[in-house]
Design a protein around this ligand. Structure first.
Ligand SMILES: [Ca+2]
Ligand SMILES: [Ca+2]
Ligand SMILES: [Ca+2]
Length: 258
């Protein structure tokens, strides 16, 4: 009987190791992108105000994400099937910075690439603009401004950016994205202190690496509890129940024979 219990224990341990390895492997495949835009509740235009609120509670929340040319940001991503939502917060070295998102093309400022810019003194001071990149050093604001956005520089130069942008606006002249759910897309985030120091700060968007991140337009809502984790917990509990039962049978047999 003891040897049977021992075999059960070893089998349980082996099963647990295999399941853990499978879980790690699946998690690794699942994480082949930087930002997870979960299917979420819609955000009204009025809530895109430069202030983080509960409207972002059901978004993918990514802390300590490096952005270029130099900063670490907290970034939230979600969508509602019609609009893509991105928010970010980080500390800047200026009271008048600008921030830009580049969508679709991973090459920096590639011609004909959709983008968004916040707080650019020429295109829209302290505001959002739907833009198109026209090659290195060239940006134009779309004739058809789609989506809404906000930028706010708070105390201690902590900046908040919020954006609500159509996944597919139909505006081809503005090179707007036509993104579909269940797909991974490139996303480049850059910022600039602005004014070569005249607004304070030394961050220059032309410097630093040309890193491209990726965002996954997830067809699922943010999970409260991973289905895979639940499966592993159930298996583990089942194994422990089996072991417990076998131990009781062994104890009863030992008591009867003695
Ligand atoms: Ca808000
Ligand atoms: Ca547009
Ligand atoms: Ca555009």
């Amino acid at each position: 009987m003891f040897s049977n219990i021992s075999k059960t224990k070893w089998f349980s341990l082996l099963l647990l190791i295999v399941l853990t390895a499978a879980y790690v492997a699946v998690e690794k495949v699942y994480a082949q992108f930087d930002f997870n835009a979960f299917l979420s509740n819609s955000i009204s235009d009025e809530e895109i105000d430069g202030i983080m609120g509960s409207e972002w509670n059901d978004a993918g929340n990514h802390a300590d994400m490096p952005i270029e040319p130099s900063a670490t940001a907290q970034i939230w991503t979600k969508h509602d099937g019609t609009y893509l939502y991105i928010a970010m917060q980080f500390t800047v070295d200026s009271t008048n910075p600008w921030v830009t998102f580049q969508f679709v093309n991973p090459n920096h400022m590639s011609s004909g690439t959709d983008g968004a810019i916040f707080g650019h003194d020429t295109l829209g001071p302290n505001e959002y603009r739907d833009i198109s990149f026209e090659g290195l050093g060239s940006i134009s604001a779309d004739s058809n401004q789609d989506g809404v956005g906000a930028i706010f520089v708070g105390p201690s130069n902590i900046i908040t950016v919020e954006m609500k942008k159509p996944l597919s606006s139909g505006d081809s002249t503005g090179d707007d994205i036509e993104w579909t759910v269940g797909t991974i897309y490139p996303l480049i985030i850059r910022w600039d202190s602005n004014g070569g120091g005249s607004s304070g700060g030394t961050s220059n968007h032309r410097s630093g690496p040309l890193s491209s991140r990726t965002v996954f337009i997830n067809s699922n809502e943010i999970p409260e509890f991973s289905a895979l984790t639940l499966f592993i917990v159930m298996i583990t509990l089942t194994i422990f129940i089996i072991i417990l039962k076998k131990c009781r049978v062994h104890q009863q047999t030992y008591t009867t024979t003695n």
